[in-house]
Design a protein around this ligand. Structure first.
Ligand SMILES: [Cu+2]
Length: 372
């Protein structure tokens, strides 16, 4: 009896505390988002065109979680067609992967579907529709998994910076299904629109008449670095925009995703060097660059500083074929522009390609011996 009373008086509060802590550790922190997928009309490139907005916006809302959370995303399909969401680069149970007819049935019109998965990673990811051509007309968004401050990999001065999600994309007034058909037939329409067909007149002007003749003789198509013509390039759904919440002296982490259908983007910044701190959700050893290129579906985390002179500084995204660009200005005040990338020297490229092929269509021996 004496033992028991001593037990209850001294140990009970401690035991209760331990029990409570254990409960708290087990209890999952569920972070829930509701996404309403609905038709909309946009005028990104002059004409009114059908697009898809989620919670009324393009890109879809940035979804932010902390590692260790349970993510719960409730999709309300208000479209007249099926939909789905795929979490790009995210480790999760297979049935949450969002690939219709493979890991789940499609989310039908007027249906609600809940994705639920534990967040085991930290870094910048993105998500998109995995149904038809919905991604190309608006269903892409940023996915942020914050690092816990008690994570041994937490980087002071990087992981505690204010961050902004930046989603790069493009827009064409041509329905993406039609774009796909044109790619299959290999016509020149995109090249004509982009002014990359390399006409005889241009060839003569640039002193490359012989290059052009040889190219035609070998029946190669005009030189280009991408296949699709886009009317507009977008950063966070806008051709040009501004973030005014930061001012001179601030350091900002930009979480950049390339949600474009086929464009690689060069990223340049008017306010000085760019420090790359992450790629595809993984931390990288910080490295300073003047510019970098981001491939389709890649993500990059960068840190930029806003100079203290009270101006605003351009973050410029230029597609690899340089047929346009999109701008985001950081800070208030007068606009300071990033370096524009020059037009590509197509005839130089054409000559290089010509030199690689003989007149009869065989490839030249370029010093490679495949039998070794
Ligand atoms: Cu993907």
């Amino acid at each position: 009896m004496e033992m028991e009373s001593r037990f209850s008086k001294k140990l009970l509060p401690i035991m209760l505390l331990v029990l409570l802590m254990a409960q708290a550790g087990r209890a999952q922190h569920v972070v829930r988002y509701h996404l309403y997928v609905k038709d909309t009309i946009v005028t990104f490139a002059g004409k009114e065109k059908r697009a898809i907005a989620v919670n009324g916006q393009i890109p879809m809302p940035t979804l932010t979680f902390t590692e260790g959370d349970t993510a719960e995303i409730v999709v309300h399909n208000l479209l007249k067609e099926n939909t789905s969401l795929h979490w790009h680069g995210v480790q999760l149970p297979n049935k949450e992967d969002g690939v219709p007819f493979l890991t789940q049935m499609p989310v039908k019109p007027n249906e609600t579907h809940t994705y639920r998965f534990p967040v085991q990673q930290n870094g910048t990811y993105w998500y998109h529709s995995h149904s038809g051509f919905q991604e190309q007309i608006g269903m892409y968004g940023s996915l942020v998994f914050l690092k816990k401050p008690d994570n041994p990999d937490f980087r002071k001065g990087i992981d505690d910076l204010p961050s902004v999600s930046i989603t790069l994309s493009e827009w064409t007034n041509i329905h993406p299904h039609q774009v796909q058909r044109m790619l299959a037939t290999g016509n020149d329409w995109s090249g004509i629109k982009k002014n990359t067909v390399q006409s005889y007149a241009e060839a003569i002007k640039e002193g490359h008449f012989k290059t052009k003749i040889t190219n035609e003789w070998k029946r190669m198509e005009a030189m280009d670095v991408s296949d699709v013509y886009y009317e507009k390039f977008l950063i966070n759904g806008k051709h040009e925009s501004r973030i005014t919440e930061f001012s001179g002296g601030d350091k900002v982490r930009l979480r950049i995703s390339n949600a474009g259908g086929s464009s690689y983007f060069w990223v340049t910044y008017a306010g000085g060097k760019i420090t790359v701190v992450g790629n595809d959700g993984n931390d990288v050893e910080p490295v300073e660059v003047d510019r970098f290129i981001i491939g389709v579906s890649e993500t990059y985390d960068i840190v930029v500083s806003i100079p203290e002179d009270g101006n605003s500084y351009e973050l410029l995204a230029t597609p690899e074929d340089r047929s346009g660009s999109a701008s985001l200005f950081l800070g208030q005040g007068e606009k300071q522009f990033a370096l524009k990338l020059p037009r590509l020297r197509y005839f130089e490229g054409m000559k290089m390609m010509n030199d690689m092929m003989k007149m009869n269509g065989e490839m030249n021996d370029m010093g490679m011996n495949m039998s070794l």
